[in-house]
Design a protein around this ligand. Structure first.
Ligand SMILES: NC(=O)c1ccc[n+]([C@@H]2O[C@H](COP(=O)([O-])OP(=O)(O)OC[C@H]3O[C@@H](n4cnc5c(N)ncnc54)[C@H](OP(=O)(O)O)[C@@H]3O)[C@@H](O)[C@H]2O)c1
Length: 298
Protein backbone atom coordinates (compact mmCIF):
# COMPACT_ATOMS: atom_id res chain seq x y z
CA UNK A 1 0.00 0.00 0.00
CA UNK A 2 1.44 3.37 -1.05
CA UNK A 3 0.43 6.20 1.29
CA UNK A 4 0.89 9.88 0.63
CA UNK A 5 0.58 12.56 3.31
CA UNK A 6 0.01 16.19 2.32
CA UNK A 7 0.79 18.98 4.78
CA UNK A 8 3.55 17.14 6.62
CA UNK A 9 4.72 20.24 8.53
CA UNK A 10 1.38 21.02 10.18
CA UNK A 11 0.45 19.85 13.68
CA UNK A 12 -1.35 16.77 12.41
CA UNK A 13 1.15 16.30 9.58
CA UNK A 14 4.08 16.10 12.00
CA UNK A 15 2.27 13.56 14.18
CA UNK A 16 1.46 11.44 11.12
CA UNK A 17 5.09 11.68 9.99
CA UNK A 18 6.38 10.45 13.37
CA UNK A 19 3.90 7.62 13.68
CA UNK A 20 4.18 6.39 10.09
CA UNK A 21 7.96 6.27 10.36
CA UNK A 22 7.70 4.15 13.53
CA UNK A 23 5.16 1.88 11.83
CA UNK A 24 7.48 1.36 8.89
CA UNK A 25 10.05 -0.01 11.29
CA UNK A 26 7.53 -2.21 13.11
CA UNK A 27 5.71 -3.11 9.87
CA UNK A 28 1.96 -3.62 9.47
CA UNK A 29 0.21 -6.80 8.41
CA UNK A 30 -0.12 -5.08 5.03
CA UNK A 31 3.32 -3.77 3.98
CA UNK A 32 3.23 -0.11 3.07
CA UNK A 33 5.41 2.80 2.07
CA UNK A 34 4.72 6.43 2.82
CA UNK A 35 5.77 9.63 1.09
CA UNK A 36 5.30 12.87 2.96
CA UNK A 37 4.91 16.23 1.26
CA UNK A 38 5.21 19.75 2.64
CA UNK A 39 3.67 22.70 0.82
CA UNK A 40 7.09 23.41 -0.71
CA UNK A 41 7.13 19.87 -2.23
CA UNK A 42 3.52 19.75 -3.35
CA UNK A 43 1.37 22.87 -3.24
CA UNK A 44 -2.28 21.85 -3.29
CA UNK A 45 -3.18 25.00 -5.21
CA UNK A 46 -0.77 24.04 -8.01
CA UNK A 47 -3.04 21.59 -9.84
CA UNK A 48 -0.35 20.58 -12.32
CA UNK A 49 2.09 19.72 -9.51
CA UNK A 50 -0.54 17.66 -7.67
CA UNK A 51 -1.35 15.68 -10.84
CA UNK A 52 2.37 15.04 -11.40
CA UNK A 53 2.59 13.74 -7.85
CA UNK A 54 -0.21 11.25 -8.57
CA UNK A 55 1.42 10.20 -11.83
CA UNK A 56 4.83 9.57 -10.27
CA UNK A 57 3.66 7.97 -6.99
CA UNK A 58 0.39 6.23 -7.94
CA UNK A 59 -0.82 6.36 -4.32
CA UNK A 60 -3.33 3.89 -2.89
CA UNK A 61 -4.16 6.26 -0.04
CA UNK A 62 -3.85 10.06 0.14
CA UNK A 63 -4.05 11.63 3.61
CA UNK A 64 -4.80 15.33 3.35
CA UNK A 65 -3.55 17.04 6.51
CA UNK A 66 -3.02 20.32 4.62
CA UNK A 67 -5.46 23.21 4.87
CA UNK A 68 -5.80 26.96 5.13
CA UNK A 69 -6.30 27.05 8.91
CA UNK A 70 -5.95 30.77 9.74
CA UNK A 71 -9.57 31.19 10.87
CA UNK A 72 -9.47 34.97 11.41
CA UNK A 73 -7.29 35.80 8.39
CA UNK A 74 -9.69 33.81 6.19
CA UNK A 75 -12.37 36.48 6.73
CA UNK A 76 -10.32 38.96 4.68
CA UNK A 77 -8.72 36.39 2.36
CA UNK A 78 -11.69 34.28 1.31
CA UNK A 79 -10.26 33.64 -2.15
CA UNK A 80 -7.14 31.89 -0.84
CA UNK A 81 -9.08 29.98 1.82
CA UNK A 82 -11.53 28.83 -0.88
CA UNK A 83 -8.70 27.84 -3.21
CA UNK A 84 -7.02 25.58 -0.64
CA UNK A 85 -9.95 24.32 1.43
CA UNK A 86 -12.43 23.92 -1.42
CA UNK A 87 -11.13 24.06 -5.02
CA UNK A 88 -7.86 22.24 -4.32
CA UNK A 89 -9.74 19.61 -2.31
CA UNK A 90 -12.21 19.16 -5.17
CA UNK A 91 -9.24 18.65 -7.52
CA UNK A 92 -7.64 16.18 -5.12
CA UNK A 93 -10.89 14.21 -4.90
CA UNK A 94 -11.19 14.11 -8.71
CA UNK A 95 -7.65 12.76 -8.94
CA UNK A 96 -8.41 10.14 -6.27
CA UNK A 97 -11.43 9.05 -8.31
CA UNK A 98 -9.37 8.93 -11.51
CA UNK A 99 -6.42 7.04 -9.95
CA UNK A 100 -8.63 4.83 -7.72
CA UNK A 101 -6.90 6.20 -4.61
CA UNK A 102 -8.61 6.46 -1.24
CA UNK A 103 -8.80 10.00 0.15
CA UNK A 104 -8.58 10.53 3.91
CA UNK A 105 -9.49 14.15 4.49
CA UNK A 106 -9.69 16.19 7.69
CA UNK A 107 -12.41 18.75 8.28
CA UNK A 108 -13.68 20.84 11.15
CA UNK A 109 -16.24 21.53 13.86
CA UNK A 110 -16.55 25.03 12.32
CA UNK A 111 -19.00 23.65 9.75
CA UNK A 112 -21.61 23.86 12.55
CA UNK A 113 -23.30 27.02 13.79
CA UNK A 114 -22.57 26.27 17.44
CA UNK A 115 -26.15 26.41 18.65
CA UNK A 116 -26.17 22.76 19.75
CA UNK A 117 -25.90 21.62 23.34
CA UNK A 118 -24.92 17.96 22.92
CA UNK A 119 -21.95 16.64 20.91
CA UNK A 120 -22.63 16.88 17.17
CA UNK A 121 -23.16 13.70 15.18
CA UNK A 122 -22.10 13.37 11.55
CA UNK A 123 -25.49 14.08 10.02
CA UNK A 124 -26.33 17.17 12.08
CA UNK A 125 -27.26 20.12 9.85
CA UNK A 126 -24.28 22.29 8.90
CA UNK A 127 -24.35 26.09 9.00
CA UNK A 128 -20.84 27.56 9.14
CA UNK A 129 -20.54 31.03 10.64
CA UNK A 130 -17.30 32.17 9.02
CA UNK A 131 -15.23 31.94 5.83
CA UNK A 132 -12.99 29.13 7.13
CA UNK A 133 -15.95 26.92 8.01
CA UNK A 134 -17.75 27.73 4.75
CA UNK A 135 -14.73 26.83 2.62
CA UNK A 136 -14.09 23.63 4.60
CA UNK A 137 -17.75 22.64 4.12
CA UNK A 138 -17.48 23.26 0.36
CA UNK A 139 -14.40 20.99 0.37
CA UNK A 140 -16.41 18.25 2.12
CA UNK A 141 -19.24 18.60 -0.40
CA UNK A 142 -16.81 18.40 -3.32
CA UNK A 143 -15.39 15.13 -1.98
CA UNK A 144 -18.85 13.63 -1.66
CA UNK A 145 -19.74 14.82 -5.19
CA UNK A 146 -16.54 13.32 -6.67
CA UNK A 147 -17.63 9.82 -5.61
CA UNK A 148 -14.03 8.93 -4.77
CA UNK A 149 -13.55 6.39 -1.99
CA UNK A 150 -13.10 8.55 1.06
CA UNK A 151 -13.01 8.88 4.80
CA UNK A 152 -13.67 12.42 6.00
CA UNK A 153 -12.89 13.12 9.63
CA UNK A 154 -14.15 16.27 11.30
CA UNK A 155 -12.12 17.17 14.34
CA UNK A 156 -11.91 20.07 16.80
CA UNK A 157 -9.62 22.09 19.06
CA UNK A 158 -6.37 20.34 18.02
CA UNK A 159 -3.37 20.69 20.30
CA UNK A 160 0.04 19.03 20.40
CA UNK A 161 3.72 19.61 21.02
CA UNK A 162 3.98 20.82 17.38
CA UNK A 163 3.10 24.11 15.73
CA UNK A 164 0.92 26.80 17.27
CA UNK A 165 -2.07 25.93 19.37
CA UNK A 166 -4.04 26.96 22.45
CA UNK A 167 -1.98 24.84 24.87
CA UNK A 168 1.30 26.36 23.71
CA UNK A 169 -0.17 29.87 23.78
CA UNK A 170 -1.34 29.31 27.37
CA UNK A 171 2.12 28.06 28.41
CA UNK A 172 3.78 31.08 26.83
CA UNK A 173 1.37 33.56 28.41
CA UNK A 174 1.64 31.71 31.72
CA UNK A 175 5.37 32.34 31.67
CA UNK A 176 4.91 36.04 30.91
CA UNK A 177 1.84 37.22 32.82
CA UNK A 178 0.52 37.09 36.36
CA UNK A 179 -3.08 37.09 35.18
CA UNK A 180 -4.71 35.52 32.10
CA UNK A 181 -8.30 35.85 30.90
CA UNK A 182 -9.89 32.98 28.99
CA UNK A 183 -13.40 32.68 27.54
CA UNK A 184 -15.71 30.32 29.39
CA UNK A 185 -18.81 30.45 27.16
CA UNK A 186 -17.40 28.52 24.18
CA UNK A 187 -17.52 24.75 24.65
CA UNK A 188 -15.75 22.09 22.63
CA UNK A 189 -13.86 18.81 22.63
CA UNK A 190 -10.06 19.23 22.68
CA UNK A 191 -8.24 16.72 20.52
CA UNK A 192 -4.65 15.60 20.94
CA UNK A 193 -3.15 15.59 17.43
CA UNK A 194 -1.21 12.36 18.16
CA UNK A 195 -4.52 10.63 18.97
CA UNK A 196 -6.01 11.94 15.73
CA UNK A 197 -2.96 10.69 13.80
CA UNK A 198 -3.34 7.29 15.50
CA UNK A 199 -7.04 7.25 14.58
CA UNK A 200 -6.25 8.02 10.93
CA UNK A 201 -3.56 5.33 10.80
CA UNK A 202 -6.04 2.97 12.49
CA UNK A 203 -8.26 3.14 9.41
CA UNK A 204 -5.48 1.83 7.15
CA UNK A 205 -5.92 -1.89 7.97
CA UNK A 206 -9.65 -1.53 7.16
CA UNK A 207 -8.75 0.09 3.84
CA UNK A 208 -6.16 -2.61 3.09
CA UNK A 209 -8.60 -5.42 3.85
CA UNK A 210 -11.32 -3.91 1.66
CA UNK A 211 -13.73 -3.65 4.60
CA UNK A 212 -13.56 0.07 5.19
CA UNK A 213 -16.91 1.80 5.74
CA UNK A 214 -16.46 4.97 3.64
CA UNK A 215 -18.00 8.28 4.59
CA UNK A 216 -18.06 11.07 7.15
CA UNK A 217 -16.83 10.63 10.73
CA UNK A 218 -16.16 12.76 13.77
CA UNK A 219 -13.05 12.20 15.86
CA UNK A 220 -12.35 14.51 18.80
CA UNK A 221 -11.89 14.70 22.55
CA UNK A 222 -13.79 12.36 24.85
CA UNK A 223 -15.44 15.09 26.93
CA UNK A 224 -16.67 18.65 26.66
CA UNK A 225 -15.04 21.68 28.27
CA UNK A 226 -14.87 25.44 27.86
CA UNK A 227 -11.61 27.10 26.82
CA UNK A 228 -11.38 28.31 30.43
CA UNK A 229 -11.66 24.76 31.81
CA UNK A 230 -9.19 23.53 29.20
CA UNK A 231 -6.74 26.23 30.40
CA UNK A 232 -7.32 25.18 34.04
CA UNK A 233 -6.30 21.60 33.17
CA UNK A 234 -3.25 22.81 31.23
CA UNK A 235 -2.03 24.97 34.12
CA UNK A 236 -2.73 22.30 36.75
CA UNK A 237 -0.53 19.89 34.78
CA UNK A 238 2.08 22.57 34.09
CA UNK A 239 2.25 23.42 37.80
CA UNK A 240 2.74 19.77 38.75
CA UNK A 241 5.76 19.76 36.41
CA UNK A 242 7.22 22.85 38.06
CA UNK A 243 6.46 25.19 35.15
CA UNK A 244 5.59 28.82 35.72
CA UNK A 245 1.82 29.39 35.77
CA UNK A 246 -0.23 32.58 36.20
CA UNK A 247 -1.32 33.61 39.69
CA UNK A 248 -4.82 34.20 38.45
CA UNK A 249 -6.93 32.70 35.66
CA UNK A 250 -10.03 34.76 34.88
CA UNK A 251 -13.16 33.42 33.15
CA UNK A 252 -14.53 35.96 30.66
CA UNK A 253 -17.42 35.97 28.16
CA UNK A 254 -16.76 35.91 24.39
CA UNK A 255 -18.00 39.51 24.22
CA UNK A 256 -14.81 40.52 26.08
CA UNK A 257 -12.58 38.70 23.56
CA UNK A 258 -13.86 39.70 20.09
CA UNK A 259 -12.28 38.01 17.05
CA UNK A 260 -12.66 38.79 13.31
CA UNK A 261 -14.27 35.38 12.69
CA UNK A 262 -17.18 34.31 14.89
CA UNK A 263 -16.53 31.19 16.98
CA UNK A 264 -19.20 28.53 17.51
CA UNK A 265 -20.47 28.71 21.10
CA UNK A 266 -20.77 24.92 21.17
CA UNK A 267 -18.76 22.72 18.83
CA UNK A 268 -18.13 19.45 20.66
CA UNK A 269 -18.15 16.42 18.35
CA UNK A 270 -19.29 12.88 19.13
CA UNK A 271 -16.70 10.25 18.14
CA UNK A 272 -19.17 7.41 18.74
CA UNK A 273 -19.55 6.37 15.08
CA UNK A 274 -15.77 6.39 14.56
CA UNK A 275 -15.28 4.23 17.68
CA UNK A 276 -17.98 1.78 16.56
CA UNK A 277 -16.59 1.57 13.04
CA UNK A 278 -12.85 1.36 13.75
CA UNK A 279 -12.66 0.26 17.42
CA UNK A 280 -10.62 3.35 18.31
CA UNK A 281 -11.56 5.42 21.37
CA UNK A 282 -12.07 9.19 21.31
CA UNK A 283 -9.07 11.34 22.21
CA UNK A 284 -8.18 11.28 25.91
CA UNK A 285 -7.22 14.96 25.90
CA UNK A 286 -6.26 15.06 29.59
CA UNK A 287 -3.65 12.40 28.90
CA UNK A 288 -2.76 14.39 25.76
CA UNK A 289 -1.96 17.42 27.92
CA UNK A 290 0.35 15.27 30.07
CA UNK A 291 2.07 13.83 27.03
CA UNK A 292 2.45 17.23 25.35
CA UNK A 293 3.91 18.88 28.43
CA UNK A 294 6.16 15.87 28.98
CA UNK A 295 7.55 16.24 25.45
CA UNK A 296 7.89 20.03 25.68
CA UNK A 297 9.85 19.82 28.93
CA UNK A 298 12.16 16.94 27.95
N1 LIG B 1 -6.07 23.19 14.47
C1 LIG B 1 -7.31 22.94 14.87
O1 LIG B 1 -7.72 23.25 16.00
C2 LIG B 1 -8.28 22.26 13.93
C3 LIG B 1 -9.60 22.09 14.35
C4 LIG B 1 -10.49 21.45 13.49
C5 LIG B 1 -10.06 20.96 12.27
N2 LIG B 1 -8.78 21.16 11.88
C6 LIG B 1 -8.36 20.62 10.58
O2 LIG B 1 -7.36 19.67 10.84
C7 LIG B 1 -6.43 19.62 9.75
C8 LIG B 1 -5.02 19.74 10.30
O3 LIG B 1 -4.92 20.95 11.03
P1 LIG B 1 -3.55 21.41 11.70
O4 LIG B 1 -3.88 22.10 12.98
O5 LIG B 1 -2.55 20.30 11.68
O6 LIG B 1 -3.15 22.54 10.64
P2 LIG B 1 -1.78 23.38 10.54
O7 LIG B 1 -0.90 23.07 11.67
O8 LIG B 1 -2.17 24.78 10.28
O9 LIG B 1 -1.13 22.75 9.25
C9 LIG B 1 -1.67 22.94 7.97
C10 LIG B 1 -0.62 22.57 6.97
O10 LIG B 1 -1.17 22.78 5.67
C11 LIG B 1 -0.14 23.26 4.85
N3 LIG B 1 -0.66 23.98 3.70
C12 LIG B 1 -1.29 25.18 3.69
N4 LIG B 1 -1.56 25.53 2.43
C13 LIG B 1 -1.09 24.55 1.63
C14 LIG B 1 -1.05 24.32 0.23
N5 LIG B 1 -1.54 25.25 -0.63
N6 LIG B 1 -0.49 23.19 -0.23
C15 LIG B 1 0.03 22.28 0.60
N7 LIG B 1 0.04 22.42 1.95
C16 LIG B 1 -0.53 23.55 2.45
C17 LIG B 1 0.66 24.20 5.75
O11 LIG B 1 1.94 24.38 5.22
P3 LIG B 1 2.82 25.67 5.61
O12 LIG B 1 3.05 25.52 7.08
O13 LIG B 1 4.03 25.53 4.79
O14 LIG B 1 1.96 26.85 5.28
C18 LIG B 1 0.66 23.42 7.06
O15 LIG B 1 1.77 22.59 7.16
C19 LIG B 1 -6.87 20.74 8.81
O16 LIG B 1 -7.66 20.18 7.79
C20 LIG B 1 -7.73 21.64 9.66
O17 LIG B 1 -8.69 22.32 8.89
C21 LIG B 1 -7.88 21.79 12.69
Amino acid sequence: MKIIVLGKNGQLGQCLTQQLSLLEVESLTTPFTSQLFAKSDCDLSNFHQVREMFLSHQPNVVINAAAYTAVDTAEGDVETADLINHKAVAHLAQLCQEFDSVLIHVSTDYVFDGRGNTPYFEHAPTAPQGAYGRTKLLGEQAITASQCKHIMIRTAWIFSEHGSNFLKTMLRLGGERAQISVVDDQLGSPTYAQDLARAIIGTLPHIASGTCPWGMYHYAGDSVVSWFEFAQHIFATAKSLGLKTPDKLLAIPTSEYPTPAPRPAYSALSSKLFTQSFAIEASDWRSGINQTLGKLTQ
